[in-house]
Ligand binder design. Sequence first.
Ligand SMILES: Cc1cc2nc3c(=O)[nH]c(=O)nc-3n(C[C@H](O)[C@H](O)[C@H](O)COP(=O)(O)OP(=O)(O)OC[C@H]3O[C@@H](n4cnc5c(N)ncnc54)[C@H](O)[C@@H]3O)c2cc1C
Length: 467
Amino acid sequence: MSGEVLFEDAPRFDAEVPVAIIGAGAAGLTAALAAREAGAEPLVLERDPVPRGSTSLSAGLIPAAGTRFQRAHGIADDAAAFAADLHRKAHGKADPALVETLAAQAGATVEWLADRFGLPFSLVHDFDYPGHSHRRMHGLPSRSGAELVDRLRSAAEARGIALLTEARVTTLVADRARRIRGLIAERPDGARERIGCGALVLACCGFGANKALVARHIPALANALYFGHPGNEGEAVLWGEALGAALRDLTGHQGHGSVAHPQGILITWAVIMEGGFQVNLRGERFWNEASGYSEAGEAVLRQPEGLAFDIFDARIAAIARQFEDFRSAEAAGAVLTADSPEALAARMRVPADAFAATFAAVEAAKRAGSADRFGRDWSRTPAPLLPPLHAVRVTGALFHTQGGLAVDRTARVLRPDGTPLPNLFAAGGAACGVSGPDASGYLSGNGLLSATVLGRLAGENAARLAA
Ligand SMILES: Cc1cc2nc3c(=O)[nH]c(=O)nc-3n(C[C@H](O)[C@H](O)[C@H](O)COP(=O)(O)OP(=O)(O)OC[C@H]3O[C@@H](n4cnc5c(N)ncnc54)[C@H](O)[C@@H]3O)c2cc1C
C-alpha cells in the first residue's frame, strides 16, 4: 500500500545515498540543487517518466521582495512588507516563523536560481496580483511553470544529479526513534527497490489528487475539478501521520475561479485585476472579485451550474496575452468577442438586460472611483472597458492543497510538541505553507514560494545533516 511506513530495526538496502528526495517538481529539484551545492550527492526519485508536477501546470511565478529585478523597475520592496502581506491574506493564521523565513529568503532564492543556474527571471511589472502591496512576481520568459521545471531539471542534469524516474516511492523505512533509514520505490514492471538514505526530503506535493483525503479535509471541493498534477496523491500526509509528525492546516488550499470551461485552460486573474469582473449565468455579479482568485473557486462553484463568465476588454486581453495559457484559450475559441454589452450577452447566452445593467453599474462605480455593493474598490482600476469586449466562460477548481507537514525554519519536519524528527525534511506542497486553514488565505505565489524557498533550505540542511 502506498503511504505506509515500515518500522525495522536492522533494515537492509540495495543501495545507500546520503540524501534522498521524493518528487521532481520545483521543490524537489531546488532541494537537489541546494544539496549538491552543499556538497552532497542527492538522489531524486520521481514517479513520472519526465518530471512535470503541478509546477509544470503553474504560471511559474515566484513572489520575492527586494530583488534586483524589482529595483530595475524602481520598486522599493522588502521582506517586512512581504511578510505583512502574507499575514494579512492568511488572516493572521499562518505560522509566523515560517512567514518570516519565506518572506526573508525568497529574494535571495530567486537571485540564486538566476545567478547560479542561469534561470532568466524577470519581474511581472505590468499588473498587480491581489493582496501584494508591491509588484513582486518573478517569472521566466514564457511565464509558464513548464519552463521552470524544465530549466531546473536541466540545471540538475548539468551538475550530474541522479534522477531516477518511473520510481514511485510507496513506503518509508524508519527505526523506532522515527529516524528515516530508507525507502521503497516501485518500478513500472512491479520491481521494488530498497534505497537507504542519511536524510530524506519529501517533495511529493500535497493530496489534491487523493479524492478521499480531499473529501475528508476540504469537503466543499470534494467534487470540484482538480487542476493539479494527478500524481500528487498525498503520501507525505500519510507518511507524516504514521511517523507521528505534526500536520497543519489540512483544510487550506488554493482554489481558482477562472478555468475556461469546457476547455480546461487557466485564464489569468489579470483579466479581473486590470478592471474586468465576473457574472453568473443570470448576467449578475456575485462577489468582490478583487478578494483573490483562490477563494474565487468556491464563489464560482456556488453559482448556477457552477459556472461564470470573466468579462474584460481588448486592452486587458493584450496584457493577458503574455501568458501562453491565454493564447491557447484564444486559439481554442474560449474567448468570446463582441462590440457592445448586449451583443456580448447574446454570445454568452445570458439575459441581455441583466448583463447590460451589470455592465453599466461597474462602469458607473469606476467613474465614481468608489466601492460597490460587494466592497470592491474601483479607484485602483478606473479604466473603462471599451469595445471590443470579451467574455470567457469559467468554472471553479482545486489547484493544490496548502496544508501538510509542519516544518521549522530549516524545513525539518516537526512533531506536535515542536521538536524535529531526526532526519526528515519537507518542502513545497508536502509541507504546510503560509496560507493558513482557508482558501482565502492563499496569497498569489504561495505555492512556488514554499516550493523554492523551503526546497532550498531542505536540500542544504539535509546535506549538512547527512555529511
Ligand atoms: C494550474 C496551476 C497554476 C498554479 N500557478 C502558480 C503560480 O503561478 N505561482 C505559484 O506560486 N504557485 C502556483 N501553483 C501552485 C504550484 O504549482 C505548486 O504549489 C508547486 O508547483 C508545488 O511544487 P512541488 O514541487 O511541491 O510539487 P509538484 O510540482 O507537483 O511536484 C511533485 C512531484 O512529486 C512527484 N510525486 C508525487 N508522489 C510521488 C511518489 N510517491 N513517489 C515519487 N514521486 C512522487 C509528482 O509526480 C511530481 O512530479 C499553481 C498550481 C496549479 C495547479
